[in-house]
Design a protein around this ligand. Structure first.
Ligand code: ZN
Ligand code: ZN
Length: 230
């Protein structure tokens, strides 16, 4: 109750503004969400990157994903970038309520038939510093919308430097390799799992999550992010 009153007061004092048009009510309004550019078709069936028609995926040839499929509904453009930055200011749970429906609707239209959802974990030290994990907040809200349990089945065991600071693709993949491990005793065996993150740049982080979940016996691992950097 206290939490709800505090949220209402915060909303009154600092109303959420749309990252696109600045109207109040949400960090991205429905009209601006409808203008977000979709990742173009055709896409690689594995990594979800746009393909030239009839051509094989060069990204998958160089960096095969340890995962069944990775998809994102939208290209990572300024409005989404700015909306994702607002997690810090409006609170991750509230921000996730504004953005998760976009990802939930996308996942609901797939045939993945997942049994549970996991947000890409932060290392405990980084989580303490930041105070929130926006991947986890999105995963919780996507799970709530789709009626999927949120599984605490992954841990980040390596405190890796930020992916954005890595000089190239190879460095990004090496940086997060073996960064994750399935938590002890979590029920992933034989199950189809959805791993959620906010943005996908190279797919390295989600692939490393896939490796850990596969090693723990997951039946299939799908990655979904709100945005894809192209
Ligand atoms: Zn707007
Ligand atoms: Zn591919």
């Amino acid at each position: 109750m206290f939490g709800r009153a505090t949220a209402a007061l915060t909303e009154f004092l600092f109303p959420r503004r749309c990252s696109g048009c600045q109207t109040t009510g949400a960090i991205l309004c429905a009209a601006c969400a409808a203008q977000l550019p979709a990742v173009p078709q055709p896409q690689c069936l594995v990594c979800g990157l746009p393909l030239a028609p009839g051509m094989p995926c060069r990204h998958c040839a160089d960096f095969p994903l340890s995962r069944d499929a990775l998809r994102a509904p939208y290209v990572y453009t300024a409005n989404l970038k700015s909306a994702l930055l607002r997690f810090k200011y409006v609170g991750a749970r509230i921000a996730a309520q504004d953005l998760a429906p976009l990802l939930g609707a996308y996942v609901a239209a797939t045939n993945w038939q997942v049994a549970g959802v996991i947000g890409v974990p932060l290392h405990p030290r980084r989580q303490r510093e930041r105070g929130f994990n926006q991947a986890d907040a999105l995963a919780a809200e996507v799970g709530r919308l789709l009626g999927l349990p949120r599984l605490g089945a992954l841990e980040r065991v390596k405190d890796t430097p930020p992916q954005a600071r890595q000089p190239d693709l190879q460095a990004r993949w090496s940086n997060v390799a073996a960064a994750f491990r399935a938590s002890h005793g979590t029920p992933v065996s034989g199950r189809r799992i959805l791993v959620v993150d906010d943005v996908c740049t190279t797919g390295a982080t989600l692939s490393a999550c896939g490796t850990a979940l596969r090693a723990a016996g997951a039946g299939a691992v799908y990655g979904a992010t709100l945005a894809r950097a192209l």
